[in-house]
Design a protein around this ligand. Structure first.
Ligand SMILES: NC(=O)c1ccc[n+]([C@@H]2O[C@H](COP(=O)([O-])OP(=O)(O)OC[C@H]3O[C@@H](n4cnc5c(N)ncnc54)[C@H](O)[C@@H]3O)[C@@H](O)[C@H]2O)c1
Length: 309
């Protein structure tokens, strides 16, 4: 049974030799790492901000070096891993790939603009699946902004990608069974298990997680306790691995705010966003990635480990 499933995963993914990752912030970098490390495929990294691209390559290099210095990999293994990672000269290079994973900002207009251009470059490759790592946006509506709604679906990874083992797989109204199965197989060769969820704001994870984070931010706003004490209570009293506010900083407050606004589409007043989150985002205090959010971070604490074997 297990063997026949493995064979099927192999069959679904054998034609996929190169994967494009669009957007290489914290999620895109982690996704690229799993494609090169676990799926053993080439990965084309693209970002509209050259600095982010350089930063992603530096992180992946540093991670490979760490594997060697800890005797987990030989120099040759590290070299093979790094050879699979290619900085795309431009978005046009997407035409050299067989599968696309989008991980740019959580903004419907931005993502749909990017899909439009991506599809122009992919016009001779209608078979290529586009998967989006959106945390909350409608897969069906995003699919409609592409030229291939049947070959589009949601592939929601968790942060940090190389460490977290599950992917929420979200089918759009027009996604075919083959699209879903191929994407699920891709997730599996990247070392992830798959949970199938309906296309609804925030899917399952963020529908449950964001109200919790928002409530913690409201508690700060109301002066119920300090940021550190709220996190301490939830870590030590409720056995959460991270407190809600450090988790919000880790995710990125801009991403949290965007997700919460999408949850507002559910029409429930319980999703009214805490003023402290809106204020921090206005001040570009986006959490760990900018060095300041609910907490302040020193420059060397901004980098997080990308997963150790
Ligand atoms: N942060 C999390 O915990 C988390 C978890 C799961 C899913 N996500 C989702 O993943 C996506 C990315 O989140 P992130 O945390 O990596 O954000 P991030 O801010 O770290 O990175 C976003 C990257 O996208 C790039 N970008 C923006 N517009 C672009 C464009 N038009 N073309 C190419 N690149 C572009 C930015 O330069 C940046 O490097 C979002 O949709 C988010 O909701 C985030």
């Amino acid at each position: 049974m297990f063997e026949s499933h493995q064979k099927e995963v192999f069959r679904m993914t054998q034609g996929i030799r190169s994967v494009a990752v669009l957007g290489c912030g914290q999620m895109g970098t982690g996704i690229a790492q799993c494609i090169a490390r676990d799926a053993r495929r080439n990965v084309f990294l693209h970002d509209s901000d050259q600095k982010q691209l350089v930063r992603a390559l530096q992180k992946l290099n540093a991670w490979a070096e760490l594997q060697v210095s800890r005797n987990k990999w030989t120099e040759e293994e590290a070299g093979t891993f790094l050879k699979r990672i290619i900085a795309a000269g431009s978005l046009k290079d997407v035409d050299q790939t067989d599968f696309v994973i989008e991980a740019t900002v959580e903004d419907f207009q931005e993502k749909s603009k990017l899909f439009k251009t991506t599809c122009e470059f992919l016009k001779d490759k209608p078979e290529v699946i586009i998967a989006t790592n959106t945390s909350s946006l409608s897969i069906t509506r995003l699919a409609e902004t592409t030229d291939r709604p049947s070959r589009f679906c949601g592939m929601h990874f968790f942060n940090p990608v190389p460490v977290m083992k599950v992917v929420e797989l979200v089918r759009g109204a027009q996604s075919t069974q083959e699209t879903v199965e191929t994407t699920a197989s891709m997730a599996q060769i990247m070392g992830k298990s798959v949970a199938f969820v309906q296309d609804s704001p925030g899917f399952v994870s963020n529908r449950l997680l964001m109200p919790y984070i928002n409530e913690a931010a409201l508690a700060v706003h109301e002066g119920l306790a300090s940021v550190a004490d709220i996190d301490h209570i939830m870590r030590e009293g409720c056995r959460m691995p991270m407190g809600p506010l450090e988790l919000a900083d880790f995710i990125g407050l801009d991403t949290c705010l965007a997700i919460m606004r999408t949850l507002g589409e559910l029409g429930e007043t319980k999703f009214a966003v805490a003023p402290s989150i809106v204020e921090l985002v206005k001040e570009r205090k986006l959490g760990k990635k900018t060095g300041q959010g609910f907490y302040a971070y020193t420059p060397d604490s901004i980098e997080y480990p990308l997963g150790h074997r």
